[in-house]
Design a protein around this ligand. Structure first.
Ligand code: FA5
Length: 366
């Protein structure tokens, strides 16, 4: 078909395509949800859509008309696909915005729970002990947790193979190839230990300063002890050391009594029982009135009314000599007790392990 009739047929066809394009765009614009949009798909792009049916009629058209109408139809279809895809993207973006809004979390918000943290009970106890002793005129000294055999044992009058070394189940460090620590005597790699008590700090203090000395040495210590209600393999001690002219056993007893009432209150007093430590002579165990029963006798104190806190005694002349202190001129006393056990007694806790299991319900009570 050629001529005016054919032209009129092509115009009608192009007008139909344009009308289908406009209706399609209107249908896309009218969709108010992603679901409504997807429901328009078959009406716009399916075989039975307006454009689909026009396309199916192309087979009977003359070649020239088909080319012109086909181009118009492709353009219309492309325009509808782009508009449909843009609308789908817009619905997806809106859905994402809504989701983000609903799931928004303020990460700076204080979480529900026990509130602010605080110092661990052992640290609180150490600080309180330091306050009490500083108030009595003592300074605070510290030493390393890994010690040579010299500081942990030998200088404390415990030569190699001394039977009393078995009082402390010791953890030895393997330093591999290193043989020199450059740290006092006895710096052999094979003789470096995790300190079993705070007594080596006594030696370091006496080596580095001249008497008079009034100091305390709190710190972490280590033993091959199995954890139970009153033992931990890692625990804390506080050491006291006084070296001055004319210091006697009465000064030791008076200092411990003064400390006991300052820390526990006037109702609690102290007593000394003969004992043995290689670095003090004479030596004693230091007991305080049982804080649970007030001295009447209970399960905790095994019905004695007293609880053992630590050891003490007059600094052995050999120890003073090891630190180049003239024991004819100077005398001194030392004491050492467990901070963890002290905290246990003060707060009526019945198992030392509770302090280290990091249960917030337990720790937040103190
Ligand atoms: C000593 O460690 C001596 N250095 C104390 C001393 C210092 C005596 C100065 C004389 C002069 P002892 O091994 O008894 O002594 O330990 C002292 C305290 O540490 C004990 O009384 C106890 O309170 C605490 N303690 C010992 N082993 C443990 C453990 N495994 N867990 C928790 N506390 C412990």
């Amino acid at each position: 078909m050629n001529g005016p009739a054919a032209d009129a047929g092509l115009d009608t066809l192009l007008a139909d395509i344009d009308a289908a394009r406009s209706q399609g765009l209107a249908a896309i614009a009218a969709a108010s949800t992603a679901d409504e949009l997807s429901q328009t798909e078959s009406g716009l792009f399916g075989r039975k859509s307006v454009l689909g049916r026009i396309k199916q009629g192309f087979g009977s058209l003359p070649a020239e008309m088909r080319a012109t109408a086909g181009r118009a139809l492709n353009e219309a279809q492309q325009e509808l696909r782009t508009a449909h895809a843009d609308a789908a993207d817009e619905f997806a973006a809106a859905a994402r915005r809504t989701q983000l809004q609903q799931e928004w979390l303020d990460l700076t918000e204080t979480p529900p729970g026990p509130g602010r943290g605080h110092l661990h009970l052992v640290t609180q106890t150490t600080e309180r002990l330091e306050d009490v002793f500083v108030g009595m005129g003592f300074t605070v000294s510290e030493g390393p947790q890994a010690e040579t055999d010299w500081y942990n044992f030998e200088a404390l009058n415990l030569p190699a193979a001394h039977p009393a070394r078995s009082m402390w189940d010791t953890l030895y460090l393997d330093l591999g190839e290193r043989t020199e620590l450059g740290d006092g005597e006895g710096g052999e790699a094979s003789s470096v230990v995790l300190r079993t008590h705070t007594s080596p700090v006594q030696i370091r203090v006496m080596e580095s300063g001249a008497p008079p000395i009034y100091t305390i040495c709190p710190g972490r210590v280590f033993r091959r002890d199995t954890a139970d209600a009153s033992h931990m393999p890692v625990f804390h001690q506080i050491e006291g050391l006084v070296v001055d002219r004319g210091i006697s056993f009465a000064d030791l007893a008076g200092t411990l009594e003064e400390f006991t009432s300052a820390y526990f209150g006037k109702a609690i007093s102290s007593r000394l029982r003969p004992s043995y430590f290689p670095f003090t002579e004479p030596s004693a165990e230091f007991d305080i009135t049982c804080v649970i029963c007030g001295g009447a006798g209970c399960q905790t104190c095994q019905r004695t009314g007293w609880i053992e806190l630590g050891g003490c005694g007059m600094v052995h002349p050999n120890v003073l000599a090891n630190c180049d202190i003239d024991f004819e001129e100077w005398t001194g006393f030392a004491f050492g007790f467990g901070i963890d056990r002290l905290a246990l007694m003060r707060h009526g806790i019945d198992d030392l392990r509770d302090m280290y299991t990091n249960d917030i319900r337990f720790l937040s009570q103190f």
